[in-house]
Unconditional design. Sequence first.
Length: 368
Amino acid sequence: MIIDRIYTSGRFFIITGAAWVGTGIVMALYLSFSLSLPPWTCACLILPPMPIGYVAAWAGRFIVPFFPIAINRLRKTIAVQGVYALLSIGAWAVTFLIWGLLCSYFADKLVNIHTVYILMPFVAAAMMMLHITAMLIHYLILSAGEQRRIAEELLNQKLATAEAEVAMLRSTMHPHFLFNSLALLQSLMVRQPEKAAGALSDLTEFLLYSVQFTLKREVPLADEFSHAKHFANIETLREIAPVTFDFDCPLDCADLPVIPYILQPLVENALKHGVNQCKDGGTITVSASRDERSVIIEVANPREPVSISAKSAGSGLSTLARRLQMRYGGGGRLLIDKKETEWIARIIIPGVSKPIQGSREDSCRIQS
């Protein structure tokens, strides 16, 4: 972790150790002049015990993550830090007293026991201030590390979103789809020119949508329905199985903003793994509805009771699920309802209320 690298780096110990010793020297000089004591006496008594305070202050970093500064935990944090500060200063005070007694015994000409008692309360107060300052620095480092972690998570989320968008575009513009569509057009031009003209129009609109809305963050829901219809019209010309479509985008949903390319993967899945596996074909229903909190988009298709395995959903739906979660958070979901003879894919988009002006279609109710 970033914070661990900070605390275990050599530069950190050099800088903080130098600052700690420097503070001790300043403290010794200040008390020497304030209390009219010899500078060497103050330095001899104050500096050697200071590493105890430094170690206690440094070790406080292990307490800080468990007791953050938060409104609902402020009293507990203050109580715990207060107890830890008293224990730290107590350990320092015992060390200071023992060191002072040793100095007064072995160097009685330089230090006497009365000087130890005089200095002790002043140095204890200064050490308490140093300890509090060190704890505040710990909280600042923790906050900076947390902010950096959040920034990295956001960056990773953006990268994942970009990767999902690229994967989505690749699946949308799959070379096999273009190749099959062009081969279909070539065949229809000879046998059924009228159908070829319609298929060419659908393919043009399909590709135009892919070009125009590649870089857009949101599009009107009606445009998504239109795009899915063009895709469906092209696919149904292959006549793998008899299939009809029922697209229903109500007026109150037509202009609602959604991320692009959310319907085509569902329609493609309904065709490949649903209707095309049914001997008698069937109808794929694509509908939208809304309530006060969300927009619900459903794609329902018939299926053979044993025709669809868990694996057959493909990567398109997993990519769509990731895109919904990345864009809308936990409220954006793709739900799959597997019934015995029906497969229902349901998209839930939360918090959609403000429409996008200027959509190409006000509403669509299409049967094909």
